[in-house]
Write a protein that binds this ligand. Structure first.
Ligand code: AP5
Length: 214
């Protein structure tokens, strides 16, 4: 099963993608996590990506397309995968479709996690991310057992640089201009499914499993 998660920044794509990956035994591929790991490791890709991410802008298509197209051809993707944060522009979606067509396959579902902008800034300011393993929490909705410490690996939890309110506003503008058109793109292909991302996490996941099946 090949799944794409769509939705505004902070809509809960990553939260649901992790649950889908665990439930269906497929890899969770997050381009944001890949960039953050590269930034942490001081790579050239990380250095280039950070310039854009810190401003709330998208990383250029040429830095992300080949990376994802290579990743989905790894052995662990044979049963499928859930893409979180990719594609994010029409050219990225077209490049993915072209690569998958060459491989004789296609995306099965594009799931749009729908959350109005007014809920987003509140969610992002409450998000905390682990500096080591990438686990995410929310200070109100999923707090860690010990404040500021990751339950999974014991490392420090931080507010992402791009989760500051002024950057979130810019990311929302970029989302509406460049990523929202993907909703029509996948709707036109008959594979778009929308879920109400304002519900609690388990209710959202229940809607998703009703779409994907057992
Ligand atoms: P990325 O990491 O993909 O960020 P994003 O799309 O902006 O999404 P987020 O990770 O911020 O949010 P999410 O929807 O996953 O929400 P989450 O589940 O964490 O990308 C970061 C940057 O990298 C981009 O801005 C761009 O610069 C670059 N980039 C990445 N991919 C790219 C690409 N393909 N092309 C170009 N550039 C690219 O949830 C948010 C919070 O809400 C959490 O605290 C969570 O606990 C809480 N929450 C989740 N669900 C619920 C719920 N149902 N109820 C209450 N709280 C909830």
């Amino acid at each position: 099963m090949k799944i794409i998660m769509l939705g505004a920044p902070g809509a809960g794509k990553g939260t649901q993608a992790k649950k889908i990956a665990d439930n269906y035994g497929i890899p969770h591929i997050s381009t944001g996590d890949i960039f953050r790991a590269n930034i942490k490791n001081g790579t050239e890709l990380g250095r280039k990506a950070k310039e854009y991410m810190d401003q709330g802008l998208l990383v250029p298509d040429e830095l992300v397309v080949d990376l994802v197209v290579d990743r989905v051809q790894k052995d662990d993707c044979a049963k499928g995968y859930v893409l979180d944060g990719f594609p994010r522009t029409i050219p990225q979606a077209e490049a993915l479709d072209a690569a998958l067509t060459t491989l004789g396959t296609a995306v099965d579902y594009a799931i749009d996690v729908d959350v109005p902008d007014e809920n987003i800034v509140r969610r992002m300011s409450g998000r905390r991310a682990c500096v080591s393993c990438g686990a995410t929490y929310h200070i109100e909705h999923i707090p860690p057992v010990q404040e500021g410490i990751c339950d999974r690996c014991g490392s420090t939890l931080i507010l992402r640089d791009d989760d500051k309110p002024e950057t979130v506003t810019r990311r929302l503008e970029v989302y509406h201009a460049q990523t929202q058109p993907l909703i029509d793109y996948y709707s036109g292909k008959g594979i778009l499914r929308a879920v109400d991302g304002t519900k609690d996490m388990e209710a959202v996941f229940h809607e998703i499993t009703s779409i994907l099946g057992a």
